[in-house]
Design a protein around this ligand. Structure first.
Ligand SMILES: *Cc1c(COP(=O)(O)O)cnc(C)c1O
Length: 386
């Protein structure tokens, strides 16, 4: 039985009637840019996330860019971000003219390592971007204290973590702004591109609304340069249907991840620590959810240490028809486009570099059936003990 890494149709087809009705509703209004559907979607997102304000954007990438623009980040500024994340986190910093300064990550949580960040501070550092990678919150208490001590603004990259919590509080409400994505592979997956910025500050929300609409206020008057970062009314109407199911989607991911951890950890050779981390060397290291965090499992990411081992497991799973992917094969400080950055921005990040050779994400999407889970676990067991 093939097991894809993600099956968007399994999620969307049961909603076909409701989605078609939402499409027809917008079609009949003829209102495709901003308007009621967009406002309703934003209000519903703000409520689900627990944020004071939510401003929709054309993508998660544009949400990040708009957030940096709202802070006035630009040439001469530096912004701390992890080296192990999707490109957009850093790409948006660079597009403002500021310098992304790449920090290493924690090998267990995959999230930003504050010691590494502290070592890269300069008088030009203006902001820090924790990414709640794979669906788990970064260490926001530590990060908040660090940011406060050094006068840094915090922009959360919540693209992979809608619904995730840190000590009971929603990700996206813990910094100055939170940036979300509705790319189809994210936990609230749209029908194309979409994004959102949350903030607790009403004035910042107004500023974001202007930025996404050419900096225009009032009509045809432009005090600042913005862009077209608007999310389609159609996309908002369709996502309103799916937003009502987000809790169930998250519960499905959590159930699958919990099942994987319980059953995979019984296999000899599978553990939650590497040699040197204190325990006996594991051939496959499982991801961990910290006790004070509500992990929403956008990805279930294994570490497979040892030269060629990860690629061997990937080939084995692929041959068995099991979808798996490497998120991410190159650390950002080693990307060609950042070669010209000043040396302190692209210092070695040994953990990120080793993770790129060890990580492998396996299917964890909510609609995964029990039989499909069995299949994935059996394939891993066969690889470990042929
Ligand atoms: C997906 C993603 C983004 C960008 O979102 P898009 O909607 O694809 O533009 C940004 N950061 C992270 C960590 C992501 O995973």
């Amino acid at each position: 039985m093939p097991v894809p890494l993600l099956d968007v149709n399994a999620q969307n087809h049961p909603l076909e009637e409701e989605l078609t009705a939402a499409f027809s509703r917008v079609l009949r209004t003829g209102r495709f840019i901003l308007g009621d559907e967009v406002e309703a979607f934003e209000a519903e997102c703000a409520a689900v996330i627990g944020a004071g304000h939510a401003v929709s954007m054309s993508s998660g990438t544009d949400a990040l860019l708009a957030a940096f623009m709202a802070l006035g980040i630009g040439p001469g500024d530096e912004v701390l971000c992890p080296a192990f994340t999707f490109f957009a986190t850093a790409g948006c910093i660079a597009r403002t003219g500021a310098i992304p300064v790449f920090c290493d990550v924690c090998p267990v949580s995959f999230n930003l390592d504050l010691e590494s960040a502290a070592a890269r501070l300069t008088p030009r550092t203006k902001a820090i971007v924790p990414v709640h990678l794979f669906g788990q919150a970064a260490d926001m208490a530590g990060l908040g204290a660090f940011a406060a001590a050094h006068g840094l603004r915090v922009i959360e990259d919540v693209a992979q973590a809608i619904g995730a919590t840190y000590q009971g509080r929603g990700c996206g409400t813990l910094g100055a702004m939170g940036c979300f994505s509705f790319f189809p592979s994210k936990n609230l997956g749209g029908f194309g591109d979409g994004g959102l910025v949350t903030t607790q500050d009403g004035e910042v929300a107004e500023q974001l609304r202007r930025i996404r609409n050419h900096g225009m206020h009032p009509r045809y008057y432009h005090a600042t340069v913005g862009a077209n970062f608007r999310m389609d009314a159609l996309q908002c109407a369709l996502l309103r249907v799916k937003l009502r199911h987000l809790g169930a989607y998250t519960a499905g991911r959590v159930a699958n991840a919990t099942d994987y951890i319980a059953r995979l950890s019984r296999l000899p050779g599978v553990g939650q620590a590497l040699a040197g981390d204190g325990g006996e060397a594991a051939r496959i290291v499982l991801p961990q959810a910290a006790a004070d965090r509500g992990h929403v499992w956008n990805q279930f990411t294994l570490r497979v240490p040892g030269p060629g081992r990860r690629d061997a497991l990937k080939s084995h799973l692929t041959a068995r028809g099991i979808g798996c992917e490497i998120y991410y094969p190159v650390a950002l400080h080693q990307q060609a486009c950042f070669k010209q950055l000043p040396a302190h921005a692209i210092q070695a990040c040994p953990v990120s570099e080793s993770l790129t050779g060890e990580v492998l994400s396996i299917p964890v999407y909510p609609e995964l059936s029990a039989a499909q889970c069995d299949e994935v676990i059996a394939a891993i067991a066969d690889w470990l003990h042929p």
